[in-house]
Design a protein around this ligand. Structure first.
Ligand SMILES: Cc1cc2nc3c(=O)[nH]c(=O)nc-3n(C[C@H](O)[C@H](O)[C@H](O)COP(=O)(O)OP(=O)(O)OC[C@H]3O[C@@H](n4cnc5c(N)ncnc54)[C@H](O)[C@@H]3O)c2cc1C
Length: 374
């Protein structure tokens, strides 16, 4: 495949474009910079050991994706100036009361088991008492206990996307700003109409995040991704240096992470059925801040800088949708990463690029194939 067009420059599309152009393919990306694109709002937790997921297909992707970052991040540091924000800062999985404290042992043993299976990004796993946890994260509330997972990392989605696009541009990527639709002739995909221009291609990759389902209607092929709104608060704590504070994770699924030098990110709502309603809601902001203060009471005096809104591309079974569309040899899907796209998306993009190139793909993609819902 010599000429490929990628619709969507989120983390997934940027990764497809980067890997293909690095392999010598002529690549174009098209993006209309929609309000609520998930990569611009995502928090950035990358923690294969700090998840309570028991889905084997998700855990396999998490493990492979972290190993991919161990190659990708040094490559980008060497070749482009955009900062991915990737840093291994560790994670405190926190128990807020005695009931949660009893459940913490399970978190520890799952993380240890994964590490012993060879999963990267976990490191040392140990129980820590409330006082030691507070030394690591000074704004922490009075908690019952925590598990510390030393290998967990954070990433800046905007920075990573920019770094991959810059690296791809150095290999000839052409970026087009505007809306894209599929160019379909006699029932077959031939390319893309981008910003009113007809562009033919040997392959088209749909990486339009939560909007991907809008693109295939003409083909009668359903991509059942739904937008799940997330509202997420950005605070600053002027009198603290937060660079080395660990990620905070909880049983309630709210979390806090930090970025240099004094930024704190507290997330996030998970609003099913939101549609593309790009609004901050009073209830959403209240929910996020309330949960943040229960976890880190010391943040009450922080400055509220920004609340971001993003639409997670959620698939019905919670797994990404990756691969060729049956009956359309030129059409590939890369979407459906839901709440885990900043962890998984760069690796998924690499795998879809390999599929297009005819290379061996890192893992068996059949659990993620696009036609599994029909
Ligand atoms: C609040 C929040 C917190 C999150 N936290 C984390 C986290 O801590 N860890 C984690 O792993 N993941 C997290 N995620 C999930 C992660 O952000 C997403 O899964 C991921 O960013 C999805 O990337 P994407 O490239 O598929 O979609 P997007 O980033 O949404 O990109 C899709 C792009 O396609 C473009 N587009 C769509 N249709 C068209 C069209 N027809 N023509 C032109 N352009 C088009 C859009 O403009 C957009 O730029 C979070 C998400 C949210 C919302």
């Amino acid at each position: 495949m010599d000429r490929v067009i990628v619709i969507g420059e989120g983390i997934v599309g940027a990764s497809v474009a980067f890997h293909l152009s690095r392999s010598g393919v002529s690549v174009k990306t098209v993006d209309s910079q929609r309000d609520g694109r998930a990569t611009s709002a995502g928090a950035g937790i990358v923690s294969p050991g700090g998840t309570t997921s028991t889905v084997p297909e998700t855990n396999l992707l998490m493990a492979e994706a972290f190993a991919h970052y161990e190659w990708l991040i040094p490559y980008l540091r060497e070749h482009v100036s955009a900062d991915t924000g990737f840093d291994v800062v560790g994670e405190l999985f926190v128990a807020l009361d005695d009931r949660e404290l009893r459940m913490l042992d399970d978190v520890r043993s799952v993380a240890e088991q994964r590490r012993n299976e060879g999963v990267r990004g976990i490191g040392d796993v140990e129980m820590v008492d409330p006082r030691s946890a507070q030394e690591m994260f000074p704004a922490l509330s009075d908690i019952a206990g925590a598990v510390h997972i030393s290998g967990a990392a954070r990433i800046d989605g905007r920075g990573l996307r920019q770094a991959m696009l810059d690296a791809a541009s150095a290999h000839g990527l052409e970026r087009i700003e505007g809306d894209a639709t599929l160019l379909v002739e006699n029932g077959s995909v031939r390319g893309v109409i981008a910003d009113g221009r007809r562009i033919e291609a040997d392959a088209v990759v749909l990486a339009g995040g939560a909007w991907t389902g809008e693109l295939t209607g003409e083909l009668g092929f359903d991509v059942p991704v739904e937008p799940q709104r997330g509202q997420i608060a950005h605070l600053t704590v002027p009198n603290n240096e937060t660079t080395n504070w660990p990620i905070l994770a909880t049983f309630a699924r709210n979390y806090i992470l930090t970025f240099p030098t004094n930024r704190v990110v507290a997330g996030a709502t998970r609003e099913d059925g939101s549609g593309f309603d790009y609004r901050l809601t009073a209830g959403g902001v209240h929910e996020v801040l309330d949960a943040a203060f229960a976890l880190a009471n010391g943040l009450r005096s922080a400055t509220l800088e920004d609340v971001r809104i993003g639409f997670r591309p959620k698939s019905p079974d919670g797994l990404p949708i990756l691969g060729q569309v049956p009956g359309q040899e030129r059409l590939f899907l890369a979407t459906g990463h839901g709440p885990a796209g900043l962890s998984l998306g760069a690796h998924s993009g690499a795998m879809v690029a390999d599929l297009i190139l005819g290379n061996n793909v890192a893992i068996d993609l059949s659990p993620y194939r696009p036609d599994r819902f029909t």
